[in-house]
Design a protein around this ligand. Structure first.
Ligand SMILES: C[S@@+](CC[C@H](N)C(=O)[O-])C[C@H]1O[C@@H](n2cnc3c(N)ncnc32)[C@H](O)[C@@H]1O
Length: 383
């Protein structure tokens, strides 16, 4: 497991890595049951600001361990799945470290590629066999990316992506009236239609929703994803968004697993932020004891956020439940809620069960002794 001790002064990377680790562990294990090969592609691999000599605090280190564990657990029951990692890095110094990896992971095929990620897209694609499942991590340092140039990769079938949208930089750039910056943003968003809403927005939350929403739409259009979900990574010591991780998938199950992992990452973020803030206050005042008790009392900001998301998920479930003349199956309804609200499916199931008890929703197929709705249950609003 990633350790917070490796992330002093860059706690935001810890949160990003908790999410990546949780998700890759689940994804690789699950997809390896159906695909003969899994390919992890790290488009901007680093290492970058790594403090751990085994690179356990880097995205590729996390991915290689997830690939290794999934391979071993399937092999133990007689299934051999080929695991491949394609690691792209432009910096010659960082690339030297990637070149040292293959002998350390003889169970995994590691393909380090040196150079500019965009220029290497055709090479990368040529190394992913048609029958493989692939996962792309795109975590650049800046925001100048021509989204159209990555389309061949993002639109590959049997693939998912996690994209680091550098919100803080992009938000700043969005207010700059310079032709080069404007052209760069147009290439990132593949459109400039967000600009009029952005100009009219009154709050920073509204501006964020516009930029993130526009980029989600661009990812859906370019990658033909069914769902794109966002996780906000906050500054460790300030209540300000730093970047957004955008996850794209074409599968309901991916959405379900992602929300599980996202909730865990948000809880880790709340904990590290509370500790970072208290630590800073201690440093400033020298009053360690007083702040030690505050640290214990520190509320969990994730709880507050998740509660509000649950409430909006409940409202959406009621609003989307059809009339009794045209019921839908629960399995077709829950993804619509999970795609827009940060709520785990297990939690939404309990909310649905409560709405049934409260006579707000009806499930005519509900079987005796069932606690939660089953995928094939019909659902409609009880009006
Ligand atoms: C933010 S760091 C990646 C961190 C890594 N994903 C992690 O979480 O551990 C970005 C890396 O991309 C590299 N880089 C920047 N531009 C690049 C490009 N056009 N092509 C390939 N690598 C690039 C940088 O040298 C840096 O190592």
């Amino acid at each position: 497991m990633v350790s917070i001790d490796d992330y002093k002064g860059r706690e935001q990377s810890y949160v990003k890595h908790v999410l990546l680790e949780q998700y890759l562990e689940a994804l690789v294990h699950k997809t390896a049951s159906a695909y003969p090969q899994i390919v992890y592609i790290d488009g901007f691999a680093g290492p970058w600001q790594s403090a751990n000599e085994n690179h356990e605090d880097t995205s590729f280190g996390i991915a290689l361990r997830a690939l290794r564990r999934a391979k071993a657990s399937w092999r133990a029951i007689g299934r051999d799945v080929k695991m491949t990692a394609i690691l792209v890095e432009r910096s010659p110094t960082a690339f030297k470290e990637l070149e040292q990896l293959p002998p350390k992971f003889p169970d995994i095929e590691i393909i380090p590629l040196k150079g500019d990620f965009i220029s290497l897209i055709q090479t990368i694609l040529s190394k992913i066999p048609g029958g493989a499942f692939s996962f792309f991590l795109l975590d650049p340092k800046g925001w100048r990316i021509r989204l159209k140039a990555i389309q061949p990769l993002l639109s590959r079938p049997n693939s998912e992506v996690l994209f680091n949208f550098m919100f803080e930089f992009i938000n700043r750039a969005a207010s700059i009236d310079d032709p080069l910056v404007i052209a760069g943003l147009d290439e990132l968003f593949i459109s400039s239609s967000w600009r009029s809403a952005f100009a009219k927005a009154n709050t920073s939350d509204e501006r964020k929703a516009i930029l993130v929403g526009a980029f989600e739409n661009a990812m859906i259009a370019i990658g033909q994803y069914k769902y794109v979900c966002e996780t906000t990574i906050l500054r460790p010591d300030k209540d300000r968004p730093l970047y957004s991780l955008l996850y794209g998938t074409r599968h309901d199950i991916g959405l379900e697993v992602f929300r599980d992992c996202q909730v865990k990452a948000l809880e880790a973020q709340a904990k590290t932020r509370a500790e970072t803030k208290v630590g800073k206050a201690e440093e400033k005042t020298g009053q360690g004891e007083m702040f030690a008790s505050l640290r214990e009392m520190a509320g969990n900001e994730a709880d507050e956020f998740l509660k509000s998301q649950e409430k909006s998920a409940r409202d959406a479930l009621i609003a989307l439940a059809p009339d009794r003349s045209a019921p839908v199956l629960y399995k077709d309804l829950w993804p619509k809620i999970l795609s827009k609200h940060v709520v785990r499916l297990t939690r939404l199931n309990r909310i649905a069960a409560q709405l049934r008890k409260d006579d707000i929703l009806e499930f005519p197929d509900w079987e005796p002794r069932r606690q939660v709705p089953q995928p094939n249950y019909r659902i409609f609003a009880k009006k």
